[in-house]
Design a protein around this ligand. Structure first.
Ligand SMILES: [Zn+2]
Length: 288
């Protein structure tokens, strides 16, 4: 199956009260683990790629071509969207050109007028090409590729202004944080989520920073219009822990245990287990 825009899968999720996971990929192993799990569980999936990860993989074109080829060679039949995560305006144009099927333009650090102007331009471009567009209002806390936010919550009126430009789905800060959550975290702000969902009509909402939010909060948010949940840090943590265990047990020193295909296998399995757990919580299994 060719890559698809994320609009149809997220509209369907919004209408039916579940969420589709965006799992960020970093390399071939990550991509393979996420795709295989989605197929095994018959779940739609969004592969997220930050500009930093794309640069690491030597460019948007390499990523797009690898993902397309892997979808074909693995015989993946569930819907797969390849999504730019937290794109700049220039990065968005480059990812579109390389063949990404979905874009997040993050203009949240600009004054609202500038965010509106640039988002509007990208709405026009992506609509013409059948590519889905996510926009963001208000900084989300934590750090992602050097972009730091203070855990702010979005202004619902600004959300309406961005939503009304015709974006396909909307990320709004509701007290969520990228990376690990601090012990004294106040939790998600459901009052703001409710106001944003109310004011933005049928637009699916996006929850960033999906690592470490308690399951009950995640599911409550899904019931209030959150249809896309971004997971990045979690897969990194479980991958690192599994590879660390393999090495600490000295398995790389036994026979051909140093073979990267063996060395990285426990990490890949850990990603698969984690993706499966998230898909169960999000309710996307058998929605492919
Ligand atoms: Zn994010």
């Amino acid at each position: 199956m060719a890559l698809v825009s994320a609009k149809v899968m997220l509209d369907k999720a919004y209408q039916n009260g579940y969420a589709v996971g965006q799992f960020n990929i970093n390399n071939l192993e990550w991509t393979k683990a996420v795709l295989q799990t989605a197929q095994e569980l018959n779940s739609p999936v969004i592969l997220g790629v930050s500009e930093g990860a794309a640069k690491y993989m030597t460019g948007f074109k390499v990523v797009a071509d690898m993902v397309k080829a892997m979808v074909e060679t693995l015989g993946i039949t569930v819907p797969v969207a390849l999504h730019l995560d937290h794109g700049t305006y220039e990065g968005s144009l480059k990812a579109i050109e390389a063949g990404f099927s979905s874009i997040m333009f993050d203009g949240s650090h600009y004054p609202i007028d500038e965010n509106i102007k640039l988002t509007k331009e990208l709405v026009a471009k992506t609509k013409k090409l059948g590519i889905s567009l996510e926009a963001e209002v208000g900084a989300i806390g934590g750090e992602e590729d050097g972009v730091i936010g203070g855990g702010e919550v979005a202004d619902p009126l600004e959300c309406k202004m961005i939503n009304d430009l015709g974006v396909d789905f909307l990320a709004a800060g509701i007290g969520n944080i990228h990376g690990k959550y601090p012990a004294n975290w106040a939790g998600l702000n459901f009052e703001v989520l409710s106001a944003v969902n109310e004011i933005s009509g049928d637009t699916p909402l996006v929850l960033h920073g999906g690592t470490g939010i308690p399951t009950e909060m995640i599911q409550k948010a899904i019931g209030m219009g959150v249809s896309k949940i971004n997971v990045n840090t979690e897969c990194q943590l479980v991958f690192a822990a599994a590879v660390r265990k393999y090495i600490e047990e000295g398995k790389d020193l036994v026979g051909k245990g140093f073979d990267p295909r063996k060395l990285l296998a426990p990490g890949c399995q850990a990603i698969k287990d984690s993706v499966k757990e998230k898909m169960e919580i999000f309710g996307s299994i058998n929605k492919g």
